[in-house]
Design a protein around this ligand. Structure first.
Ligand code: FE2
Length: 349
């Protein structure tokens, strides 16, 4: 790709963008009121932007919201580093500046336990520090998911605590090469997820949100009504636990630019939905209820982690993710770590 003059001046090296983005991204980058940091790796993932003048990120985002979101749609992840953001309230203003349709934790069907800080901002998954949270597309296992995710680091961990990021369009290419028949079955049949929820939140699990909170209900009758609307099947278990199975959901989707992405929750469910109520291997099936081959699931997880970029947080970092194109997770850590999150752009399968 030929880099434009403006972009060249800002860089110490070239940005080797991915082929599909070449034609479209350069004029967008020229217009952004930020500096472009040298690429961290060959595919320039994630794109890192730093201040060029004023250092209030919310101001820059409100000036260039449409261009920022167009760039995000093509690169999948943008890191903003070196800005002044006033804690959770300043992060909330950054999200507001992007003018996107809000997506609240309360109305989501997320399995994770979180706490709200502001209307748009909540703590990232509160699972214990020694737990790995495996790669996932936020809420891909539910009929409604957020198109965009935002993270803000208030306090990085003493050790560990990186956020692994994986491009699912790249994973799709690797899967087509290594596991073509598995991909064909995923494409033809879709995928279903089975998950057992407690009646009371279990903060010791990465999937410990209660069924009362997950479904925003206060009784079994209301829970069943909601599940029926969503097309789920369910069973009540001992201890007031609730096991639910989703309808068949697509396992592969397309980005705005037509690229196929392996958009589902197979990696996290197979690798990580393990707690006292759930067994990872029985958490997933093809959409017709038939079981998935264990060897293919294991290889899928390996291929995903081979492509991971681990983002190690600096205090004040803001990361924007296109949830359709990029999976994220959380590495185990020590010390205190506070990473806040926000969601936007509700979409349904
Ligand atoms: Fe997440």
């Amino acid at each position: 790709m030929t880099q434009g003059c403006f972009v060249k001046k800002r860089l110490t090296g070239s940005i080797p963008f991915m082929t599909e983005t070449d034609w479209a991204i350069e004029p967008l980058l020229r217009r952004l009121p930020f500096r472009i940091a040298p690429a961290k790796r060959a595919d320039n993932f994630p794109l890192e932007l730093t201040p060029s003048g004023a250092d209030q990120l919310a101001d820059g985002l409100s000036e260039a919201a449409i261009d920022v979101m167009s760039v995000l749609d093509r690169v999948g992840a943008i890191l903003f580093r070196g800005f002044h953001n006033d804690g959770d309230a300043g992060f909330d203003r950054c999200i507001e500046a992007l003018n996107l349709k809000p997506f609240t934790y309360a109305e989501s069907l997320s399995n994770a336990v979180r706490k709200n800080r502001t209307a748009r901002v909540f703590t990232a998954n509160e699972a214990p520090p020694d737990l790995e949270i495996f790669l996932h597309h936020e809420m891909a296992q539910t009929p409604i998911f957020p198109r965009y995710l935002f993270f803000y680091c208030e306090h990085p961990a003493a050790t560990g605590g990186a956020t692994p990021l994986c491009r699912s369009d790249h994973l799709m290419v690797a899967l087509e090469r290594q596991l073509p028949s598995f991909v064909k079955q995923c494409r033809d049949l879709g995928v279903s997820y089975t998950h057992t929820m407690p009646a009371q939140a279990d903060s010791g699990s990465g999937q410990g949100r209660s069924w009362l909170d997950t479904l925003s209900v206060s009784s079994r009758v209301a829970a069943e009504s909601k599940l029926q609307q969503l097309g789920y099947s369910w069973a009540w278990l001992a201890g007031d636990d609730l096991r639910v199975t989703t309808p068949a959901l697509p396992a592969i989707r397309h980005t705005n630019t037509g690229t196929e992405v392996f958009f589902n929750q197979l990696v996290a469910a197979f690798a990580g939905w393990e707690d006292q109520r759930n067994s990872a291997a029985s958490s997933v099936s093809f959409g017709d209820g038939s079981s998935m081959p264990l060897s293919a699931l294991k290889e899928m997880v390996t291929l995903a982690y081979q492509q991971v970029y681990d983002h190690f947080w600096h205090a004040g970092d803001v990361v924007l993710l296109d949830n359709l194109r990029v999976m994220h997770g959380r590495r185990p850590y020590s010390g205190s770590r506070t990473v806040l999150a926000g969601l936007a752009g509700p979409q349904s399968h």
